[in-house]
Structure formats: C-alpha cells, structure tokens
Design a protein around this ligand. Structure first.
Ligand SMILES: [Zn+2]
Length: 257
C-alpha cells in the first residue's frame, strides 16, 4: 500500500470540512503527458496533487504554447469549480507522473457553499495562482532563457521534492516556449557553472543554493506570493500543524479511470 505525501490545501482544511469532503474524493494516478483538458473544455473536477506536477499551457493558433503556471502538492487545479463551472482557455497536462485527490465540481461546489473557511482558502489560492501566471508571463517576455530555465528547474524540484528531474530537452523547449537549441545552450551554461548535471532525459541539480542565485527574481516572487496569499487561510480556522490529518494515510492511488 503506497502512502502519499499530503497536499497542502487539503491539509489546511478543518477536520469537519475534510470529513464532509472525504466521501467524494477519489485518488487517481495519471501518466506523464496525459492531457486533462484542452482549451475550451469545461473543468469538471478539482485536483489536489500529492505527487507530480500539472502544467497550464495556453496554446496559440499555430499550435505553439508556453507554460504559464505549474501546480503541485502545494495547490489545486480547478479550485474555482468550488464557486462556479468554468471553461479553460489553456491546455492542462500532466507534466510528471501525477497522483491526485480529485473531486467532481458538483459536490465540491455544494460543500464549499456551506463552508466560509473553504471558500476563503479557494479564493486565496486562486489569487496566488493568478500571481504566478502574471509573474511567469512577465518572466517569459523579459528574462534570459538560462534564468528562466533555472526558475523552472527550482519550481519543478519544489513540486517533486527532489533534485533529479526527469526532463527532456523537448519537454523543456515546450514549457519555456523556445527552440531546443536554445534550451541546450542555456542548460550548457548552467552545467558549465557547476549548478546542474544534464544527462539524456534527466537533469540533476548539483548546487541548489547557487541555482537560486542564478535565477531571476521571479522564483522568489512566485514563492512569496503563494505564501502571502495562502498563509491567512492556513493559519486561521484550521488544524494546528501537529493535529493536521495525514491525507497520505487516508487516500491511496488507484489505476487511472
Ligand atoms: Zn524571471
């Protein structure tokens, strides 16, 4: 039986909210590159990742896209289904093998409608996600590729809680919206400085602290914004850390449905 790491948003909920939510939650595993939604699809579930990462990639008419947000076990994809149904304008895909607690939009909305604390948590997380999208859009337009690559590696390392990242040049090129040769050049620069080790299909962060110094301000800005927006919700009206329910012990993955 696999024990899953907790999802911060579920951990921040009160015991009473969780007990109402729990019967509606399914734990599901998705493979790498699985597309959860295409642009124009109605988001019909909320996803609370335990492992892995979800990418939000707006796609242009010519098929090109660039990642504007990532969501891991710190967050929720589809949080706003807790308020109202909505249509996504981006492709939403599984970036690294993913295990989530998922809940259908209907019961999520019904339960959130009865809990001020849950609605506050959703609203604060949405603000944090919006800030991430805004900062990432500015970063994509203004900062050099090797700094953006460093940001992406640090964010991915945070989401996966590891220093060895299963990333190909093709994937990085798609996420950063640049040519593979540009990714190769930027990765070479970071490797030459001794910050990463780049092998076929994976990147190992050798000096994390130095990589943090090599990235632009956006990595820290996104992190601080997430803390600022979610701290109020996590601090108030929820279980103290020591009493939080370990969702990893409550939910266990099953095969994709
Ligand atoms: Zn930047």
């Amino acid at each position: 039986m696999t024990v899953l790491p907790p999802n911060s948003m579920l951990s921040a909920m009160s015991a009473s909210d969780l007990s109402v939510l729990r019967p509606h939650i399914k734990t599901v595993a998705f493979r790498h590159r699985h597309v959860l939604y295409e642009p124009g699809d109605t988001v019909d579930r909320a996803y609370f990742p335990h492992t892995g990462m979800i990418s939000v990639v707006p796609v242009m008419a010519d098929g090109c896209g660039v990642e504007t947000a990532t969501i891991g076990n710190e967050g929720i994809f589809g949080a706003m289904t807790g308020f109202a149904p909505y249509t996504t304008t981006a492709r939403v895909l599984v970036q690294t093998p993913l295990t989530v607690s998922q809940i259908a939009a209907g019961p999520f909305r019904e339960i959130a409608g009865r809990s001020t604390a849950m609605r506050t948590l959703i609203a604060h997380y949405h603000e944090a996600l919006l800030a991430q999208v805004q900062i990432t859009a500015a970063c994509n337009a203004l900062h050099p590729i090797h700094e953006r690559l460093a940001r992406w590696l640090l964010q991915t390392s945070d989401r996966l809680d590891g220093l060895v990242l299963p990333l190909t040049q093709e994937l990085l090129s798609g996420m950063l919206g640049v040519r593979r040769s540009s990714v190769s050049k930027a990765a070479g620069k970071l490797q030459q400085a001794g910050l990463i080790q780049y092998n076929r299909g994976s990147i190992r962060i050798v000096h994390r602290h130095a990589l943090e110094s090599a990235t632009c301000e956006c990595y820290e800005a996104i992190k601080q914004s997430a803390l600022q927006h979610t701290q109020g919700s996590i601090g108030a009206g929820t279980l103290p850390g020591s009493q939080r329910l370990d969702l990893g012990n409550l939910f266990h993955p099953r095969a994709p449905g």
